[in-house]
Design a protein around this ligand. Structure first.
Ligand SMILES: Cc1cc2nc3c(=O)[nH]c(=O)nc-3n(C[C@H](O)[C@H](O)[C@H](O)COP(=O)(O)OP(=O)(O)OC[C@H]3O[C@@H](n4cnc5c(N)ncnc54)[C@H](O)[C@@H]3O)c2cc1C
Length: 291
């Protein structure tokens, strides 16, 4: 199917884009890589009167450390994460996850921020950002807002962004101690969206877990932060019993549905097993950072 007719604008500056967005509000749609928006337009699930292409805006594609956090510019594409030489050390879960996202065609065009703004509960980055405790930086003509990822996903394909806001950056806090993560994804075939996936991030203080983040993909109306499971880990020695209890609590937090990919009960058990595996892997990696 062809998309319904729309006007197209490619502003040269962020300020110009923000002014257009303020003027056209709900009539307009931002486009970054177009990898989710264009399919929606072609299926006519979205019919904006104006598409504002921010793909060529300068200075929004950087990836680097600033003031205690890792900054991922809103126009950093999946491939930029894949190829960044510093990320394997700074935040290995990002590099592990990016290989699970579709294929090189999508990774060459799509952006991490676009994926988060799209808020597909089957999107991989949402869960990773929940595990990492990231924040989303949004700009409008009235200023800048830093939105914790925990409150960002509101319902399927709906976020806390206002219609006049553009995301400019994702901020990921840098750990104070040895830390690492893991992303495990079950998919029907290579490049597919997840049947179930789990992001796990841990930070150690001595032999105990100082911080823990667990994000669940494709098992609810949004990516889910498994808060009770995280709490069961924090401040504890990571014994097999503690890990098993966290995995059980994470499975409890999942709200999957029966579908052609599997029953809800099966998906909940995949969550449990992937939290177990993810925690063991992440803890092993974090201990290596310490050594
Ligand atoms: C065949 C295929 C397979 C895929 N497989 C996977 C997969 O396995 N895992 C996965 O996680 N994803 C997958 N995706 C989605 C892919 O990751 C997209 O790149 C991503 O979801 C959107 O990024 P984008 O830059 O293309 O955003 P766009 O398509 O340009 O925009 C998506 C949405 O976000 C909004 N938006 C984008 N950027 C901003 C911004 N800076 N500020 C405010 N709003 C913004 C747009 O208005 C739109 O609503 C797949 C896509 C395709 C086509």
């Amino acid at each position: 199917m062809f998309a319904a007719a729309f006007d197209y604008a490619a502003p040269a500056t962020l300020e110009e884009a923000l002014a257009l967005l303020k003027k056209r509000g709900d009539d307009a749609k931002i486009m970054a890589g177009g990898q989710s928006l264009i399919p929606l337009l072609k299926l006519r699930f979205a019919q904006p009167a104006l598409v504002i292409d921010i793909g060529r805006l300068p200075s929004m594609a950087g990836i680097g450390r600033h003031n205690g956090h890792l900054s991922i510019g809103a126009l950093a594409r999946h491939v930029d994460v894949e190829r960044n030489p510093d990320l394997p050390k700074l935040c290995p879960i990002l590099v592990e996850t990016v290989h699970w996202i579709s294929d090189p065609l999508v990774r060459n065009r799509g952006t991490m921020a676009g994926s988060i703004c799209h808020a597909d509960p089957s999107g991989d980055w949402g869960s990773v950002m929940l595990a990492l405790g990231a924040s989303v930086v949004a700009r409008s003509e009235s200023g800048e807002r830093v939105i914790p990822i925990e409150g960002f996903f509101q319902s399927p394909f709906t976020t806390a962004l206002r219609p006049d806001e553009i995301v400019t950056e994702i901020r990921i806090p840098m750990p104070n101690g040895p830390a690492s993560g893991a992303y495990n994804k079950l998919e029907r075939k290579v490049g597919d969206f997840a049947t179930v996936a789990v992001a796990v991030q841990v930070e150690l203080s001595g032999s105990k877990i100082a911080k823990a983040g667990i994000g669940l993909t494709a098992v609810g109306a949004t990516n889910i932060k498994a808060v009770a499971a995280e709490k069961a880990l924090i401040g504890h020695e990571p014994t097999e019993e503690v890990i098993a209890e966290a995995a059980r609590l994470a499975a409890d937090a999942a709200e999957p549905k029966d579908d052609i990919r599997g029953s809800a009960a099966y998906k909940k058990d995949v969550v449990r097993v992937y939290v177990l595996r993810g925690l063991r892997t992440a803890l092993g990696r974090a201990r290596e950072v310490k050594a």
